[in-house]
Design a protein around this ligand. Structure first.
Ligand SMILES: CC(C)(COP(=O)(O)OP(=O)(O)OC[C@H]1O[C@@H](n2cnc3c(N)ncnc32)[C@H](O)[C@@H]1OP(=O)(O)O)[C@@H](O)C(=O)NCCC(=O)NCCS
Length: 174
């Protein structure tokens, strides 16, 4: 690990969207950590941030006053009975990785999920994404399933690992 960093974690605001978009589109172009194939537009990401329910939080991690990463809670499914369940996403600027920022950011996102009354957080991670799997395992996620060859990106089949973390003492929004 390079030198550890102490990020400032705060809710995302509209002016953060260009930084959030730039980080995400890097991985759309370069990585199997997202199965999205086409880069997103600024308008799409603005609408993503604006049209969320408040409990579906988006956090950013700042290093030296600049956004170095973001994390979000999104509905796992839009059908009503799935309401207690959310899915996480966490993306760091490539130069900010391996400095402990992902651990702090995802840890804070889990605390927000618990405070907002969710029962569990689910992550769907491409099986070859060792860093993301290690981060989620370090924060208490356990594997609950695996799907074979459900994705195709960069000329290869991709398996997906399903992970879940149950939250303690949630307010149990119904
Ligand atoms: C996955 C990601 C969020 C991890 O964040 P990070 O800041 O680099 O991770 P941290 O430095 O906080 O490390 C947290 C733990 O995960 C482990 N880890 C992180 N990256 C790793 C890697 N590439 N390989 C193996 N382990 C890794 C660390 O060893 C650490 O455990 P430790 O503290 O016990 O040593 C970041 O690398 C990233 O943005 N990757 C690309 C996007 C992505 O895959 N996002 C997830 C999609 S939901």
């Amino acid at each position: 690990m390079s030198s550890p960093a102490v990020p400032l974690i705060r809710p995302a605001r509209l002016p953060d969207v260009p930084a959030i978009l730039a980080i995400y589109n890097h991985y759309v172009r370069e990585s199997t950590c997202t199965y999205q194939l086409e880069e997103e537009t600024l308008a799409q990401r603005k609408s993503w941030l604006k049209n969320r329910k408040p409990e579906h939080a988006v956090l950013v991690a700042e290093l030296g006053g600049v956004v170095a990463g973001w994390a979000a809670l999104s509905p796992y499914s839009l059908r009503g009975a799935w309401r207690p369940t959310v899915e996480d996403a966490v993306y760091l600027r490539p130069d900010a990785r391996r400095r402990g920022v992902g651990r702090v950011l995802l840890g804070e996102l889990l605390a927000v999920a618990e405070k907002n009354g969710f029962r569990s957080v689910v992550a769907r991670i491409s099986a070859e994404q060792a860093g993301s799997l290690a981060l989620h395992a370090a924060l208490g996620f356990g594997e609950v399933g695996r799907m074979r060859e459900v994705g195709w990106k960069f000329g290869q089949w991709l398996d997906v690992v399903y992970l879940q973390k149950m939250l303690e003492n949630p307010a149990q929004r119904k």
